[in-house]
Design a protein around this ligand. Sequence first.
Ligand SMILES: Nc1nc2c(ncn2[C@@H]2O[C@H](COP(=O)(O)OP(=O)(O)OP(=O)(O)O)[C@@H](O)[C@H]2O)c(=O)[nH]1
Ligand SMILES: [Zn+2]
Length: 183
Amino acid sequence: MDAEKIRQGVRLLLEGIGEDPEREGLRDTPDRVARMYAELFAGYADSASTHLSTTFASPDSEMVLEKDITFYSTCEHHLLPFFGKVHIAYIPDGRVVGISKLARTVEVFARRLQIQEQMTAQIADALMAELHPKGAMVAVDAEHTCMTMRGIKKPGTRTLTYCSRGAFAKDPELKREFFSLVR
Ligand SMILES: Nc1nc2c(ncn2[C@@H]2O[C@H](COP(=O)(O)OP(=O)(O)OP(=O)(O)O)[C@@H](O)[C@H]2O)c(=O)[nH]1
Ligand SMILES: [Zn+2]
């Protein structure tokens, strides 16, 4: 990430809205925003494979479901936050990952400029590619501040997206089980 470019950009934004970037309250803002962006967009320098490569043998495991993983991401159309919960399920094919690694995988993709559908699919595809499970399913339930605090302004509206791969894509019964568990 190029912190200097971000600082220059924020100075221009402040001028654009008619503010004085040199006034006391704003003097450190470009640098604060650059440091904040390093945090919000840390996902670009991270990869799911880093977190999903350590696996443990678990021959008899059935569905594993991690639900209510809180996330904050940034909408690529408006640069505003969208946030909510991710639910991840997979059916191991003999090997499982440490449970924290599922939440880490969410962070890898949430900490980028995103649209919700793409983030949902990227999480499912990363699980399939790294863990080779029999199937994976991801649901995301989020509020987009670009819809609630601006534009159409509908507070409380939630967007739900799903992505199923492998056994979950083929077997409606498994999908139903996933939905009954995340509800
Ligand atoms: N599918 C999808 N759309 C998104 C997401 N985040 C924001 N959007 C939408 O992206 C669209 C961008 O539409 P535009 O018409 O180009 O932008 P806009 O004039 O700011 O649109 P409004 O929000 O309707 O005022 C809007 O409809 C947003 O609601 C997302 O994660 N997925
Ligand atoms: Zn938006």
